[in-house]
Design a protein around this ligand. Structure first.
Ligand code: ADP
Length: 426
């Protein structure tokens, strides 16, 4: 018997057997039978023409049919259905055809099932990959939204806290003044304590606001001429008390470029250097040394702040520049600003990085690891671009002229000190 005739002969049994085994529920069966009819017709066409391209449209539909729910529940598997169809076809052929006809039929249709299976598996895989990447995108969007909410919360909380704090600050300052005049010394010293607490609270709130500004790309820089040596002198004065209180030594070296006029936001840069240097004091035991050095590189000034402190583990080095990198360590919180290991809210380095990056620079740390006995120390590197123009051309023009006049005066004075000789070769 011809293969097409064999196919016709087993069609009804094939249809019944497969729809009974594979369709779940009456409702599903109606649609499923229609699909089976279409598939069977196409198998016949393929057998007649020897061209598997006939099957492509239905295989495309099946391979791309899994819905979101099917994929999430993992219960839809067209490749399983095709596999099962192939086995049932063998059974139906054996039961309804002579051995010879059954063998001939199977020799023709088994390659068709194999082809169908490979095509459907490929389509299914594509659908699954698309589904997974869309899920990943959704998760990514949720995470971004969460991060945004977090930073909005910080911003709102910080601004809300700032108002009552300003009130308390104003009234305590007035009380301190009044007590000083009335010479109420015990109350006066208590009030000073309250004032110190308020100052610390203000710093924390300011840090929270800075972090949310940086997070939302709202940090505005006020570009002015800056001399690194000038910032380092200010820093040395500010940290003097803390350094001597901890019996430490602060060494600030002059270096190439430290006297060069560059453009940057001096207040913000000072804040960044102060954060790193205050940390160096904080994480170095009494008697240690903090050294600030630097060098000129093409287009950049590199400033290094090295301490002989407890160092930072490799794993920790990756997180300290992220906001709240220290949140887990509640045991360390709320100690003094320069007290040994007195951890804060973990905002200092993220702010520092935000400030440096907003200037087009970069910051990183080097440390051989954390060891409170061997004190391996840490070196923070700050790479700062030697910008020679401000964002506002008027400022550049003004200060450019100022620099030029300064240079002219300097040359003038040195000329007077070393008058030129008449010797043209000199
Ligand atoms: P914190 O307010 O906790 O000091 P920072 O952002 O300034 O927050 O620093 C983050 C963490 O990085 C610190 O808690 C500390 O563990 C680590 N760290 C920073 N500077 C140093 C340093 N010089 N030596 C050792 N650890 C440091």
């Amino acid at each position: 018997m011809a293969i097409q005739d064999s196919l016709q002969q087993i069609r009804t049994q094939w249809m019944e057997r497969i729809s009974r085994e594979l369709a779940r529920g009456e409702g599903v069966r109606v649609g499923f039978v229609e699909q089976l009819e279409r598939f069977y017709d196409l198998i016949e066409q393929t057998v007649i023409t020897g061209d598997t391209a006939w099957l492509d449209p239905i295989l495309y539909d099946w391979g791309h049919s899994p819905t979101e729910t099917n994929l999430e529940e993992g219960d839809y598997d067209v490749s399983f259905v095709i596999n099962r169809m192939a086995s049932l076809t063998i059974e139906v052929a054996r039961e309804n055809l002579s051995e010879k006809d059954a063998l001939e039929l199977l020799a023709a249709v088994v390659p068709i099932f194999t082809h169908s299976l490979s095509v459907v598996v490929r389509y299914e895989m594509e659908t699954r990959v698309a589904h997974i990447s869309s899920e990943l995108n959704k998760t990514q969007e949720k995470l971004q939204e969460l991060d945004h909410n977090k930073s909005s919360f910080i911003s709102v909380a910080a601004h809300e806290l700032k108002t009552p704090l300003t009130l308390i600050e104003g009234y305590t300052t007035m009380m301190v003044d009044m007590m000083e005049q009335a010479d109420q010394s015990p109350i006066n010293s208590l009030l000073k304590g309250v004032n110190t607490g308020i100052l610390r609270l203000r710093q924390i709130i300011d840090d929270m606001i800075d972090v949310s500004l940086i997070d939302n790309h709202l940090l505005t820089l006020n570009f002015q001429p800056v001399w690194i040596s000038h910032l380092l002198n200010l820093l040395s004065n500010e940290l003097k008390k803390a350094v001597s209180g901890r019996k430490q030594t602060l060494v600030i070296n002059q270096f190439d470029g430290s006297d060069m006029m560059i453009y940057g936001d001096s207040e913000r840069l000072y804040q960044a250097l102060n954060n790193v240097a205050a940390n160096a004091i904080k994480y170095t035991p009494d008697g240690g040394t903090i050294t600030i050095n630097g060098r000129m590189l093409p287009g950049f000034i590199e400033i290094t702040i090295t301490d002989t402190g407890i160092g930072i583990s490799l794993e920790h080095q990756a997180t300290i520049f992220e906001k709240f990198g220290q949140l887990g360590r509640t045991d360390l919180h709320s100690s003094g600003k320069t007290k040994f290991k007195g951890g804060g809210p973990g905002l200092g380095l993220p702010i520092t990085r935000g400030i440096i990056e907003a200037h087009g620079g970069t910051i990183w740390v080097e440390s051989e690891g954390y060891d409170e006995v061997k004190l391996k120390g840490s070196t923070f590197h700050i790479l700062f671009p030697t910008r020679t123009e401000a964002t506002d051309p008027l400022i550049t023009k003004f200060f450019g002229r100022f620099e030029q006049t300064k240079k002219e005066i300097e040359t003038d004075t040195s000329d007077k000190e070393n008058p030129p000789t008449n010797n043209p070769s000199a």
